[in-house]
Design a protein around this ligand. Structure first.
Ligand code: UDP
Ligand code: LCN
Length: 820
């Protein structure tokens, strides 16, 4: 529900304006609040508050009068409310990252601002009164150890960490000569396998370095620009310079000039440029622990989706970018990247039981698999990501030993993926003192409504107590956090972000987080992934099309038989294809799309539906949710008599063939739909758009940022099926009347991708982070140390205890029966 109402002035707090708002409609509000508290203790969301308000003020004109005032605005900023009669405690959020808590006494409508702690206690009162009243209940406050690092102040700056760190560095370097000396000291530590880089002890102070830079710059200015570094290397060494400045006279001169500028009068652009050139990162470890992780035949297996695609593509992009940088730095080092995952002996026909595997399309990168060990030895079977916690500590030790052996030393950068990978990465980074980046892909906390206070109900199944604790540990240990979208960090105007939801929450009975993370921390960076453009290229690039798949795809889409790979058929093959592909999880809402299609006659007359996902026999599915979705899909095909208009294809594992499938759908002038109830990022959206396929994607989550609605594709509301299916039908209707419409959306989709969503842009950004944050952390080492100590205590006393409640698998147990 949206209504225009006078926004508060920025300076107005809800606590200050709410009394006035309530006074304006005191009569109705008294009734309304009486109704809110009438049912006793409970949590209410905005829609509950509105529904009850509608009942109390049943005259629509009167209602809109009330809602058009200040009150409507305040209600709109309400994310939730805890009812503990006679109080209603509101959690309000006027802008991303800005929360305010107030309590209203329903009897006299008095209003009082409260702290996050007090608000959380109201929530706890609903589920565990004794704990809520325990004065010594554990409170986690990471904010208390954040005493020195600067913070952003505007919602709009969130996620631009890298550029703000350059700005903060500018003022820090300007403000004190000790910081500039910090930079020199940092440069002195740079080395590759023990060989010094950039400068040596001769240039140990700012003034010495500045003077030497002037001399060196002057001496190369007379050389032809392409003179190789080697020809003046010796002379430079005498002055105190080491390798790393560049491969040619021109590059060396430019890098030196940039540093001179930084030392003379620091500015963010030169700082960013200089750190983009400093040789810091040669060896990277990427953790993506839970399986199945492999290069073939794994996609579509439980828990194995976009993360694998992301990590593998990321490695290729990193290696390419690192090779280019190393060359430009005038070095001949080899970059090494290890993707460290779990070795699963019971590999089910995949290569997940192989220890070391070279990564395709790279020269120096490998997958390293380390098994889970328990007291009984190596664990053979797959473990769900929700049950993975008991193995991680030992895994970290085993993995670290092997990594150091293979790399012949420590890596320069560790990057974690997802809760398990991030935890392992943070443990290893702490032990070895290495820069840490984390990636969540999707934090689970926001996926389940009230997942914090419903802990008791959800924990046996999902072990969220471990997961949320591990996530807090990782995000607070990280030197930088990589996200794919803004919404992942700080949500949107009316929905909190995934990280933001960790700023204040409570796990009643365990601990109350009064400050878990700040989204204004400059560690947060948006760096969106791309899709492998050698695979996902536009349908129009005829000469590159993978024609060898033509027959197989023809069979896949149009043959009339039902078998293990496909069921259903397409009667009228001239119709465009409406296509979707995803793991068959509830949240992906594939069955939702089938239902919208089933219900919408107009859409059915315009297009055929092709669905890729899951398998067809629910009894054979290992996954908790998949089995239910399979059943539902069969039911819908029956209920809406979809045979003849739907083709259901089982999960696909060959991305080359999939890419040709997207393009074949584009040939039919069809469209791709991503109807998820919530999607963290949505790689399929990027893949489809790269193939030139017009795309409709959920407005809940990442895709809403990828697509500009009506320009480069369309947003659909997964919670409003009729509206969404009509929007799709309208598109096809319009394309019938004006075929150019389809071409326009297709071309705009591609344009959007090339401008914002490529792996090249990604790799450049993340390697700059690796470099800049490695220096940044040295400037704040005291604070880092304090925080790390706090994290260690939390890990030791809380996480380790929680893990004890997660059952450790034994291999003779029947694996992973769906819990229903
Ligand atoms: N995918 C696939 N076969 C399937 C379903 C999905 O190859 O049957 C691929 C898809 O092309 C994409 C990835 O798996 O590369 C899914 O990533 P996305 O971000 O869309 O969702 P996730 O599975 O990570 O939640
Ligand atoms: C996991 C998800 O759930 C997706 O939304 C992402 O696209 C994928 O990982 C890659 O980051």
């Amino acid at each position: 529900r949206k209504f225009s109402s006078p926004a508060l002035k920025r300076s107005d707090s809800i606590a200050d304006s709410m009394p006035e708002a309530l006074r304006q409609s005191r009569y109705h509000m008294k009734k309304c609040f009486a109704k809110y508290i009438a049912q006793g203790k409970r949590m209410m969301k905005l829609h509950n508050l509105m529904d009850e308000l509608e009942k109390v003020i049943d005259d629509p004109a009167e209602r809109s009068h009330v809602l058009e005032g200040l009150l409507g605005y305040i209600l709109c900023t309400t994310m939730e409310a805890a009812v503990v009669p006679p109080y209603l405690a509101f959690a309000t959020r006027q802008n991303p990252g800005f929360w305010e808590y107030v309590k209203v006494n329903a009897n006299d409508l008095s209003v009082e601002g409260i702290t996050a702690t007090e608000y959380l206690k109201f929530k706890e009162m609903i589920v565990d009164e004794n704990w809520a009243k325990d004065e010594y209940a554990l409170e986690i406050d990471f904010g208390a150890v954040d005493f020195s690092t600067p913070r952003l102040t505007l919602s709009s700056s969130i996620g631009n960490g890298l550029s703000y760190v350059s700005k903060f560095l500018t003022s820090k370097l300007n403000a004190s000569s000790t910081s500039a000396q910090g930079l020199v000291d940092y440069l002195l530590t740079l080395n590759h396998q023990g060989d010094k880089l950039m400068i040596n002890e001769t240039l140990s102070t700012v003034s010495k370095l500045q003077a030497a830079l002037v001399v060196a710059e002057a001496s190369i200015s007379s050389l032809p620009t392409d003179t190789p570094y080697q020809s003046f290397e010796l002379r430079f060494k005498q002055w105190g310079f080491e390798k790393g400045w560049g491969d040619t006279a021109e590059r060396v001169r430019d890098t030196m000039r940039t540093l001179s500028e930084v030392l003379q009068a620091p500015d963010p652009l030169n700082i960013e440029k200089f750190f983009g050139r400093v040789p810091t990162v040669f060896n990277i470890v990427l953790f993506s622990v839970h399986g199945y992780f492999g290069q073939a035949d794994v996609l579509g297996l439980p828990d194995t989706g976009g993360q694998v695609v992301y990590v593998l593509d990321q490695v290729v992009a990193f290696e390419e970018e690192m090779l280019q940088r190393i060359k430009q730095q005038g070095l001949n080092a080899k970059p090494q990247i290890l993707v460290v995952t779990r070795l699963i002996p019971d590999a089910k026909g995949t290569k997940c039981n192989q220890e070391l595997e070279p990564i395709k399309n790279t020269k120096h990168s490998h997958i390293l698999r380390i098994p889970f060990r328990t007291e009984k030895g190596v664990l053979n079977q797959w473990v769900s990501r929700f049950d993975i916690y008991p193995y991680l500590e030992r895994y970290t030790q085993d993995a670290s030993d092997k990594i150091i052996e293979l790399m012949e030393g420590k890596p320069d950068l560790i990057i974690g993926n997802y809760t398990d990978g991030n935890l392992v990465a943070s443990l290893m980074a702490r032990k070895l003192g290495i820069t840490l980046g984390t990636i969540a892909h999707a934090l689970e906390k926001t996926k389940y409504e009230d997942s914090d206070i419903k802990l008791k109900e959800l924990d046996p199944k999902y072990h969220f107590s471990c997961q949320f604790t591990a996530d807090l540990i990782a995000m607070n240990s990280a030197d930088f956090v990589i996200t794919s979208t803004y919404q992942e960090i700080a949500g949107s105007k009316d929905r909190p972000g995934q990280y933001e939801s960790h700023s204040a929450f409570t796990l009643p009975g365990l601990f109350r987080v009064v400050s878990g993370i700040s989204v204004f921390d400059p560690k947060f960076n948006i760096a969106a992934p791309g899709a492998d453009q050698s695979v996902y290229f536009p349908y129009t690039e005829k000469q590159k099309r993978l024609t060898n798949f033509r027959a197989a795809i023809e069979e896949l889409l149009f043959s009339k038989v039902d078998n293990d790979e496909h069921i259903g058929y397409l009667e009228d093959r001239k119709k465009p294809i409406l296509f979707t592909m995803a793991r068959l999880d509830t949240v992906k809402n594939t069955t939702g799309l089938a239902e919208w299609y089933g219900k919408n006659k107009r859409l059915r007359s315009l297009v055929n539906l092709v669905v890729v996902g899951g398998s067809f026999d629910p009894t054979k599915s290992k996954d908790r949710e998949e089995a239910a979705e399979i059943k539902k899909m069969h039911m819908l095909i029956e209920k809406y008599q979809l045979k003849g208009q739907i083709r259901w294809i089982a999960a696909q594992t060959d991305r080359y063939r999939n890419s040709e499938l997207y393009r074949t759908v584009a040939d039919s002038k069809g469209a791709f739909v991503q109807p998820a109830l919530y999607e963290a990022f949505g790689l399929t959206v990027i893949e489809a758009m790269n193939c030139g396929l017009p795309t409709f994607a959920t407005n809940q989550g990442g895709p809403a940022e990828i697509i500009i609605d009506g320009v480069s594709g369309f947003h659909i509301d997964p919670n409003n099926g009729d509206e969404s299916s009509n929007k799709i039908a309208n598109f096809f209707q319009k394309c019938k009347e004006d075929p150019e419409h389809w071409n326009r959306i297709s071309a705009q989709g591609l344009k959007r991708i090339y401008e914002c969503y490529t792996w090249k842009i990604y790799a450049n950004k993340v390697l700059n982070m690796g470099s800049l944050y490695t220096f940044w952390r040295t400037l704040y080492k005291d604070q880092k140390q304090a925080k790390q100590r706090y994290v260690e205590t939390f890990y030791n006393l809380e996480f380790r205890n929680l893990v004890k409640d997660v059952p450790v698998k034994k291999d003779d147990e029947t694996p992973q029966v769906p819990k229903e």
